[in-house]
Design a protein around this ligand. Sequence first.
Ligand code: ADP
Ligand code: MG
Length: 628
Amino acid sequence: MATGKINVSVDNIFPLIKKFLYSDHEIFLRELISNATDATLKLKHLTSIGEAKVEYGDPKIEIKADKEGKKLHIIDQGLGMTEEEVKKYINEVAFSGAEEFLDKYKDAGKEAGIIGHFGLGFYSSFMVADKVEIITKSYKEEPAVHWSCDGSPEFSLQESDKKERGTEIILHISEDSTEFLEEGRISELLKKYNKFMPIPIKFGTKTETLPKPEGAKEEDPAPTKEVDNIINNPNPAWTKQPADLKDEDYKNFYRELYPMQFEEPLFHIHLNVDYPFNLTGILYFPKLTNDLSIQKDRIQLYQNQVYVTDNVEGIVPEFLTMLRGVIDSPDIPLNVSRSYLQADGAVKKISSYITRKVADKLNSLFKNNREEFEAKWNDIKIVIEYGMLSEEKFFEKADKFALYPTIDGKYYTFDELKEALKENQTDKDDKLVVLYASDKEAQHSYIEAAKAKGYEVLLMDSPIIAHLMQKLETSKENLSFARVDADHLDNLIKKEDTQISKLSDEEKEKLKTNLEEVITGKGYTIQMEAMDSDASPFIITEPEFMRRMKEMQQTGGGGMFGMGNMPEMYNLIVNTNHELVGEILNTKTAKKRERLINQSLDLARLSKGLLKGEELTKFIKRSYEMVK
Ligand code: ADP
Ligand code: MG
């Protein structure tokens, strides 16, 4: 038997390892299963090229918990190690790796969570074990060896009588880590980290029901059989070729990923590149609601089928973090901080590749089946609009397929919209005026008024739409958006006034004075307009600019305006051709005039949704008095 001292300068490395990675102890199992997987895949490769003249067979990895003995076993049928290899890979290389690691990150306690991923490999087993044994037999014709280490840098190495090829790691679980002997906890970890690893992983057995033999009676119980309980799917959909998968396979895989999710995804995007970086994966567009915050962190990041994290910030562009699915890439550096990650060249390329693939997929859906694309628009628009706002490259592509629905359910692309509006909806400077509503119900009377004049009204109701309109107005020439209740439509659109006012200038002056006497101090700018006699007498509008600023402050991005307390400002448009307005002008008693003005103003406020609470109650009471 040989004993020796592992080649490290730190006297006792293990307490340090424990302390550093405190938050992430559980990763030890992933590391050991990764090693077992590597060892098995290496053997597969060696046998396939004839290097190893042994039967590859049907190897699996077994996890066994021995609660009484306080031991956890990880057993593989991979290529194993000779004595020389144990000395080299375990005593020297792995240890120096651990030492280097500690050296580098001594002061980075906070980031330990991230660094923990794929940092320590084999030695992470000392986070949960007082003593670790390796019993291993190489595929080469050499005796098996037994390595053992109790956490000090001293180890022992002796021959073993292990007959089968492969490696068994035995962890003597420490007092404070006994949770890792519990079946439930182990299952949880296996599901989290190893669900899609490429070699079958066995944890215990389960009972399987067999078909009844011929001639069995109705009441005879079906025969059963104990079989290995394999916890993983070694061939997940993203590792296959898109050509080999049907739509149903993608849906099934979605269900496998999110068993608690009952809604089907809208569509998927299969990612598959091997140059200039390696990346595979499947992204899904789920149905999204307007609450963006709860829908993030559903994409899972893997490296060679080993789960790493569900925080893909920095790797996937922000606007796509609302999608779901899997990405798998060995080229993403993981033991670095997030800010470093964002500056990394390979990661930047990955991020722009993903953006491009998503844009291309959307474009081909739009082109190949516009009807279906339109039907799904409402569920996908948030991602697309968000992407148009945040990624210039995406904006350029999405400009071809982003849709602008009208209130009546017609869908325009931007170019189509321009074409449709150019006759009828330009202002005096030939600028295109796009009218829109954000709420069909609340803005109903304004929508109807605009439609009556033959204008198209869009329905734009995303939470970030104010930002997108701003962006469109600055990146396109001669374009402005105006909500149907913003300013007076005829002022916005028509080049000249066509209606003739029934009132003289003198009468208008008098009316204005009358109105101001009653309404003064309420924050209205009064405008006289000659409109159709059957248009409303009073109309309240809110300047587009003011309202949009308020909205943008609510959804972020308005920070430059400071406090966020925008004053209330409205226009009161008075239709000088309306009969009631004539009556206001001609009323003899001041009292009656005041009543008419207040009642009309309240009606206008009511239709703008501004009349609430006590004022509304009073208004209703007053109205009943009048109809009595
Ligand atoms: P890494 O996996 O990054 O190389 P580890 O510390 O996890 O680092 O493992 C160190 C080395 O020990 C591996 O590269 C491998 O050569 C050897 N090794 C670890 N586990 C096994 C195993 N189950 N079978 C064969 N070799 C192994
Ligand atoms: Mg490893």
